[in-house]
Write a protein that binds this ligand. Sequence first.
Ligand SMILES: [Zn+2]
Length: 132
Amino acid sequence: MVLTVAVLLAVGTFVFILFVRDQDVPESPPVPPTAHLEQRKAQIYENLRDLQFEFRVGKLSEADYQKTKVDLQRELAKVLAEIDATPAAAQTKKAAPPAAKAKADGKKCPHCGAKFQQALKFCGECGKAMAT
Ligand SMILES: [Zn+2]
């Protein structure tokens, strides 16, 4: 009887240790939710580069090249959209400076006609005042 209890206790302790150990083991380091997408994106870019190279060295016909390129670009667009859809990416976007709208309010120098992405006090081309 005593022996049985001892064995049970030993087994119980053993199982307990195993169980706790298992939980203590840190899971794989935190991976950003877009990690696999970023990886996929890099892969597609690489494929595109390879494709371009193969086309240039004459391994591919123009038709094959175009078709594969379109396929890859379509896949790339899908991956990029998925990355955009993740909350992490949305946050990064919010923090980033609004570069996209620069095109809309581009400024043109009244003196030399040089165009700039943002309003400047002085033209970067001719140096004259551009203030409105
Ligand atoms: Zn100018």
